[in-house]
Structure formats: C-alpha cells, structure tokens
Design a protein around this ligand. Structure first.
Ligand code: HEM
Length: 165
C-alpha cells in the first residue's frame, strides 16, 4: 500500500512536470508512519522559516476549502485554527523550533472516512500552494517526503481497496 501510494503520487506529479519523483520515492522508502526526526533545520530554512511555512498554509487552506473534493471534509472546521496547527506541525517536521501539540493524526482523522484518493487530492493541492509560494523544488519534495508516511494514520483502513495495499 505504502509503496503504491508513493508511486502514484510521484507519477501523478511527474506527469505534471512538477516533481522529481525519484527523490520523493527514495526519501520515503522507509515503511514508517512517522518519519525520523529531522537532524538539522535546513528544510525549515529552505521554507523561509515559520513565516514562510505560514505563507504556504495561508495559501493552502483557502484552496482546500474551495476544492469540491475537499470542502465536504472541512465543513465547520475553523480555517484559522487549522492553518495555525498545520504551521506548527510543518515547522516541527522541517526541523524548526516549534512543537506540534495538537491531537495525533490518527485521532484527528479517525472518523472522517478518508480514502486514498482524498489523501492524494490534498497532496495535489498542497503542491499547488507550494509552487504558488515559490518553495524551491527540492524543499517541496523534502516536505512531501516527511508528510507522506502519515497516510497510514490518516487514510481509513477499512475502506481501502485490496488492490491498493
Ligand atoms: C499529510 C496529510 C495531512 C496532514 C499533515 C494533516 C494535518 C492535520 C492537522 C495538523 C489537523 C489539526 C487541525 C486542528 O487542530 O484544527 C488536521 C485536521 C483535519 N484534517 Fe488533516 N491532515 C492531513 C490529511 C488530511 C486529509 C487527506 C483530509 C481529508 C481529506 C484531512 C481532513 C482533516 C479535517 C476535516 C480536520 C479537522 C478535524 C477536526 O477538527 O475534528 N486531513 N489535519
């Protein structure tokens, strides 16, 4: 499931000429729900620190709410709170001086019945926001590599098609 998801994301984005898929696949080859902690803050710096991450989230969150595939999931969710929590989380994932103190990915997404295609749609939208905010190519891929393993805690296991495993 894990490898096929990454191949799918990579192939999709590569078709759009936007991603060097090999880097993402290599970086994500571990079968872990949580990527190992970052060893330095180079990704954080490449994103322009917390302000840079916040700028991408301020671009990303409205795109999510405007997307017909995503909007039903986010009905009634406070966009300001979502943006702030995502900023903390990505800041931490990038090796920045932040601590994400929100609920676990598993708990937050447990009742949402999120499918593989939903996860991929969110990645696609995030990618659009990163491009719009001028995040360097390699830094886009490095962040995606940190987020991709979370699919194990986010996608609803009970509804996955056997072929996707
Ligand atoms: C790597 C991918 C993802 C990450 C890093 C992520 C991260 C987060 C974080 C940090 C929150 C907490 C926000 C808060 O406390 O208000 C959250 C909430 C939420 N996420 Fe995700 N998420 C991901 C994928 C998805 C997907 C694919 C969907 C749906 C298609 C989704 C739907 C939601 C919804 C609806 C909430 C609000 C839950 C609530 O307030 O009860 N997320 N997510």
């Amino acid at each position: 499931m894990y490898r096929s998801l990454l191949f799918f994301v990579s192939a999709r984005l590569r078709r759009r000429g936007l991603l060097a898929g090999a880097g993402l696949l290599l970086a994500c080859s571990a079968r872990l729900a949580q990527a190992a902690p970052p060893t330095d803050d180079s990704l954080y710096q490449a994103w322009g620190g917390k302000a840079g991450i916040r700028a991408v989230m301020d671009d990303f969150v409205p795109r999510l709410y405007a997307d017909a595939r995503m909007a039903p999931f986010f009905k009634g969710v406070d966009p300001e709170h979502l943006g702030a929590q995502l900023t903390e989380q990505l800041c931490q994932e990038a090796g920045g001086p932040c601590r994400y103190t929100g609920a676990s990915m598993k708990l937050l997404h447990a009742d949402l019945n999120i499918q593989r295609r939903d996860f991929l749609a969110l990645v696609e939208i995030l990618q659009q926001a990163m491009v719009a905010q001028g995040i360097p190519f390699r830094a886009q891929n490095r962040m995606l590599a940190r987020l991709a393993p979370m699919h194990r805690d986010i996608i609803s296991e009970t509804n996955e098609a056997p072929a996707a495993r």
